[in-house]
Design a protein around this ligand. Structure first.
Ligand SMILES: *Cc1c(COP(=O)(O)O)cnc(C)c1O
Length: 410
């Protein structure tokens, strides 16, 4: 009898995006003329083409694979040196992160889930609320939680509410937690954490021998000078943090797939007998055993993000998306809604009108403006009363969305 992993039975049947799909389908079937007008600002996926420098590098790499003199088979599991060096020299130019602390992969979503392989299920896990659902579901799958209650909150997880009152950065908990997920700039709230706030978290983690799992997927969208782009800008973070970075949002690699995880060599975890063990070695072992390296042409494409042309093309992409975010912020402000995020992140987090729930607002935007947004409550209980608009869209679509918000919802 092949037993299944019963933890999967605890998962709520992917509620958010299926429910959005169901409501959009019902509305467009009943209103075919509105269907043609529909603009999707829901899912956080890029829309603009891959930078030319990346495409060129990938074409060249494919040609190399077509010649026996330059052909490459299996590459190093941790990634090619040309990419690890480029990341160390660029993303971490002013920080003490070396190339051999960088692990290349095919995505941050996988890395942030797979990292749990090297940790004990007995750890107490803290997540923010609202949150990127991957952190929660991967902990459920591996057995780190109990059952979900009627609000969808899992027994055994420590939820850290992020609200307008705390500027969407969680307060340091009273209790001891072993692993903390932080994501800044944040998906879904678009908020950033200050140096002081991150320093408080690093100090907490060091005092409690906890680990911070820091998701910096949106670091390239930071516009303001004093906002930390990496947890490793904070003193002491090398002793308590792992960082996830991705080419998905800056380079538009959501469909091309390349990301990286940084594990400093000083970072240790504890065995049952209290002995300390470097997490770098554990992850290296895990990565080499269960992963065979990201595709060579894709790694060449990712490295081109750091070339002169690549940097200029990525900067233009980000400028476009952040210009969209500014327009969306202004449109929501004009109709009198409280607006957060969208300054250093491609997400605008908007308060619903008084007394309107996130899902009511979703329906209103769909029916009155034919615009699909994401209801805040789908990211956690503390997201109730908010909605997220993604700035990942063409300028033309965003201008139209803004017109409709002002004309139909004002
Ligand atoms: C988009 C996104 C990522 C990137 O995931 P990939 O698997 O690298 O595409 C990581 N974290 C968050 C919070 C994201 O929104």
């Amino acid at each position: 009898m092949a037993r299944i992993n019963d933890n999967f039975l605890k998962l709520k049947a992917g509620y958010l995006f299926p429910e959005i799909g169901r409501r959009v389908k019902a509305f467009t079937e009943a209103n075919p003329e509105a269907a043609a007008r529909l603009i999707r600002c829901g899912i956080g996926d890029v829309t603009e083409p891959l930078p030319e420098a990346c495409r060129k590098a990938m074409h060249d790499a494919v040609d190399e694979q077509g010649d026996s003199k330059t052909f490459r088979g299996y590459g190093p599991e941790q990634g090619y040196d040309f990419l690890r060096d480029a990341i160390a020299d660029n993303t971490y130019a002013d920080l003490p992160i070396s190339a051999d602390e960088i692990f290349i992969s095919d995505g941050s979503k996988c890395d942030s889930g797979n990292i749990l392989d090297i940790f004990d299920p007995g750890n107490t896990i803290a997540i923010t609320d609202p949150v990127y659902p991957v952190y929660v579901d991967t902990n459920v799958m591996i057995g780190n939680t109990g059952e979900a209650d009627e609000n969808g909150a899992y027994e055994g997880l420590v939820y850290l509410p992020c609200t307008a009152e705390n500027d969407f950065v969680p307060a340091i908990p009273e209790e001891k937690v072993d692993i903390i997920y932080l994501c800044y700039p944040n998906n879904p709230t678009g908020a950033t954490a200050t140096r002081e706030q991150l320093t408080a978290w690093v100090n907490y983690a060091k005092e409690n021998n906890s680990i911070i799992l820091y998701d910096a997927a949106y670091s390239a969208f930071i516009q303001e000078d004093d906002v930390p782009r990496s947890i490793f800008e904070i003193d002491g973070a090398r002793e308590c943090a792992i960082e996830f970075q991705s080419f998905s949002k800056n380079g538009g690699f959501t469909g091309t797939r390349c990301a990286y995880t940084v594990i400093p060599k000083d970072l240790v975890g504890y065995a049952e007998d209290g002995s300390t063990h470097p997490l770098h070695g554990l992850w290296s072992r895990r990565h080499s055993t269960k992963f065979n390296g990201a595709s060579y042409p894709v790694q060449r494409g990712a490295a081109a993000v750091f070339s002169e042309e690549g940097k200029a093309q990525v900067a233009a992409l980000i400028e476009g998306y952040m210009g969209n975010a500014t327009l969306l912020r202004e449109a929501c402000q004009k109709i009198g809604l409280p607006v957060f995020g969208g300054v250093n992140a491609p997400y605008v987090w908007v308060g619903c009108p008084e007394g309107i729930t996130s899902w009511d607002m979703f329906d209103r935007m769909l029916e009155q403006a034919n615009v699909v947004i994401t209801p805040g409550s789908g990211f956690g209980a503390a997201g109730e009363g908010y909605f997220r608009i993604s700035a990942f869209n063409s300028r033309e679509n965003v201008e139209e969305v803004c017109r409709r918000i002002e004309e139909n919802l004002g």
